[in-house]
Design a protein. Sequence first.
Length: 88
Amino acid sequence: MSKILFSDFDGTLFFEDGFHQEDIEAIQAFQEEGNKFALCTGRPLGGVLALIEGKINPDYYVLCTGGLVLDKDYQVIYGQEIPFDLVK
C-alpha cells in the first residue's frame, strides 16, 4: 500500500538559506518507494516552481491555502475561487 506525505513549504521545507539536502533526499527516497508527495503552501504555483525546479517533483500541489489542488501535470483536482462580490 502506498502512502502520501503532505508537507508545508515555507519554514518547513524551504528556509531563508534554501532547502536542506537531507530533506530533498528523504522526499526522493520516499517517492522511489512508490509513495506520493504533496507540496502545500499559501503561495500560488508561480511562487514555488522556480524554487523547486531540479530539486523536488511533487505528485500533488496544494496551493493558495487549499484553494487550488493540482496533480503533477498541473491538472486541476480542486479549485475554489472567492466570488468578486465578496472580495469587494
